[in-house]
Design a protein around this ligand. Structure first.
Ligand SMILES: NC(=O)c1ccc[n+]([C@@H]2O[C@H](COP(=O)([O-])OP(=O)(O)OC[C@H]3O[C@@H](n4cnc5c(N)ncnc54)[C@H](OP(=O)(O)O)[C@@H]3O)[C@@H](O)[C@H]2O)c1
Length: 265
């Protein structure tokens, strides 16, 4: 194995074999980053990485299924062999609406909330002061989508990680018993992104002493497989919003951004 390059800024992107993740990797590369492109399935991810960088010097590849603890552990184990530094972690992998049965709702929460939570936890040891975590969220993650009684439970500056996880578990319990609408929960996708935005605030507060910033980003409604053909934005415009989320001033943390501008949560 060749020894890792020491001095290039490095970013790791999840779900980067297609859509916004792939374009985010491309733009980060154009901005001078070395990119670790990751994907759930190897073949598509390796092909995407080689398309961006045929020589495999500036875009490296690692498999990563954000719902698989073994896969997450493998990235954390192998990362020191790939790079000596990690500057930006982009938690992009996500799923949209998949169905209304309990297993589909649970899968959405697992990919969109527990996935970025667990990937961030595993890769935090590699982020140094000045490091950034970008959570790819959505306008559908605005607090306004929650029923009135639920909003203050998420929107509490002192919210702890365990209290947030308990809120997400209470959604899953309501989804299982068929009570989710009566309890004021929106779609599983909205719940996953509201929870992700809340996690951004929790992590931002907890990581401030280490000078690691954590922000949520909305890419807008984008013409990907998820967004569909009627979406208003091109993939490059949506990905630009994500890239800008990793270039915010170092003291900007715990916020929700679109196109580099803070938006209300
Ligand atoms: N498009 C929009 O309008 C829009 C709007 C707001 C927010 N977003 C957010 O932007 C992000 C990217 O969305 P997109 O529009 O680019 O969607 P997309 O084209 O459907 O791509 C989704 C990506 O996530 C990956 N993924 C799904 N499950 C995964 C898992 N368990 N582990 C690792 N990767 C996984 C997919 O991999 P496979 O190819 O293996 O399935 C794919 O690479 C998502 O977080 C989404 O919620 C999108």
């Amino acid at each position: 194995m060749t020894s890792p390059v020491v001095d290039r800024r490095t970013a790791l992107v999840t779900g980067a074999n297609r859509g916004l993740g792939l374009e985010t990797a491309k733009q980060l590369l154009a901005n001078g980053f070395r990119v670790i492109l990751t994907s759930r399935t190897e073949a598509g991810g390796i092909a995407a990485a080689r398309e961006l960088d045929p020589a495999g010097k500036d875009v490296l590849y690692h498999q990563l299924d954000v719902t698989d603890p073994g896969s997450i552990a493998a990235v954390a184990k192998d990362l020191p062999g790939l790079t000596s530094r990690l500057d930006v972690l982009v938690n992009n992998a996500g799923v949209g609406h998949e169905g209304s049965d309990f297993e589909s709702l649970k899968h959405t929460i697992e990919v969109n909330y527990f996935g970025p939570r667990d990937v961030t936890d595993a890769l935090l040891p590699f982020l140094h002061p000045g490091g950034r975590v970008v959570m790819v969220s959505s306008g559908l993650g605005e607090l306004a989508y929650l029923g009135r009684a639920l909003r203050p439970r998420f929107d509490t500056p002192s919210l702890s990680r365990s209290a947030l996880d308990a809120l997400v578990s209470s959604y899953l319990a309501d989804a299982k018993s068929g009570d989710r609408k009566r309890a004021g929960w929106p779609s599983a996708y909205s719940v996953s992104k509201v929870a992700l935005n809340a996690l951004t605030r929790v992590l931002a507060r907890d990581l401030a002493p280490r000078h690691i910033s954590v922000n949520s980003v909305c890419p807008g409604w984008v013409r990907t497989d998820m967004g569909g053909r009627s979406a208003t934005r091109s993939i490059p415009v949506g990905a630009r919003s994500i890239v800008l989320g990793g270039e915010l001033p170092a003291d900007a943390t715990g916020g929700f951004y679109r196109d580099g501008k803070q938006i209300p949560w």
